[in-house]
Design a protein around this ligand. Structure first.
Ligand code: ADP
Ligand code: ADP
Length: 245
């Protein structure tokens, strides 16, 4: 059975205007999207800017509220769950954003950032937490002595490694990557992509992977979904999709 099964997902944003901020229209950002994602699989999500990729990704994680549709994680539909009922599922779904600097608190040390989810979920504290954080640093290719440093003391690629370590901290089943290497130097992109691939081989979680660079998507994905105006217009094995025009 699929880890994630999305059925007829719809997200309409209200557009407000005028000094009274009344609703003047609706953006059909996602308009009936269905796909499934197996355990240990990577599904690439491509399409031009504004076609709804980020909205799909954020809705699947319930960071954005779906208008309608089902989001089944291990067969359980999480779309209608209350915030409280959703909590146990949050642990298994993580996101890595495009700009690692923007998603890191500049006043927290890298070690505290990576260990924060462990604290929030009450999973580890004190020495046990430090050990787990050191292990996560090592998994993403950072040194344990860098735990005391602040985000500005890291390079762009290293900052994305901090975000990845934080995403790994709770042992996720699904990691959504929303343009995770687009803000990085081209020379660093391959290193981060190869790290993501390597981590998946060892830990067997799934990726929903958004990127506009088709070479990057083709490299990391097993299957690729092509979006256009809020819908998936093609979904296929990457070899089939990129073989011939
Ligand atoms: P992509 O990730 O493919 O660039 P998005 O999911 O960001 O696409 O956006 C899809 C559409 O939804 C776009 O037309 C965008 O302007 C619109 N949109 C995204 N977020 C919001 C929002 N919070 N409020 C209103 N419209 C939004
Ligand atoms: P991206 O394509 O990487 O999502 P955008 O500039 O389209 O970048 O969106 C950046 C943020 O602004 C996202 O959180 C998105 O949901 C939000 N956003 C996009 N379009 C709109 C919109 N029309 N109204 C309000 N928020 C929007």
């Amino acid at each position: 059975r699929a880890l994630l099964e999305v059925n007829e997902l719809v997200k309409h944003y209200a557009v407000r205007g005028g000094i009274l901020r009344r609703q003047v229209g609706t953006v059909h950002a996602v308009d009936g999207v269905s796909f499934s994602l197996g355990a240990g699989e990577t599904l690439g999500l491509v399409g031009e800017s504004g076609c709804g990729k980020s909205t799909v990704a954020r809705t699947v994680l319930r960071l954005v509220e779906p208008t309608s549709g089902a989001i089944k994680l291990d067969g359980e539909d999480i779309a209608p769950l209350s915030k409280t009922a959703l909590r146990p599922y949050r642990r298994s779904m993580q996101i890595v954003f495009q700009d690692p600097f923007a998603s890191l608190n500049p006043r927290m040390t890298a070690g505290d950032i990576v260990g924060e989810p462990l604290t929030v979920h009450g999973l580890a504290a004190g020495k046990k937490k430090q050990e787990r954080v050191a292990e996560l640093f090592q998994q993403v290719g950072l040194r344990a002595d860098q735990m005391k440093n602040f985000p500005h003391q890291f390079s762009g690629g290293q900052r994305q490694r901090i975000c990845i370590a934080r995403a790994l901290s709770l042992g996720p089943r699904l990691i959504v990557c929303d343009e995770p290497v687009s803000a990085l130097d081209v020379s660093i992109q391959a290193q981060v992509i190869n790290l993501l691939i390597d981590l998946q081989r060892k830990q067997n979680f799934s990726y929903l992977f958004i990127a506009h660079d088709l070479a990057v998507v083709a490299h990391i994905s097993h299957r690729v979904a092509v979006m256009y105006l809020g819908r998936i217009v093609e979904i296929a094995d990457k070899h089939a999709l990129f073989a011939n025009p």
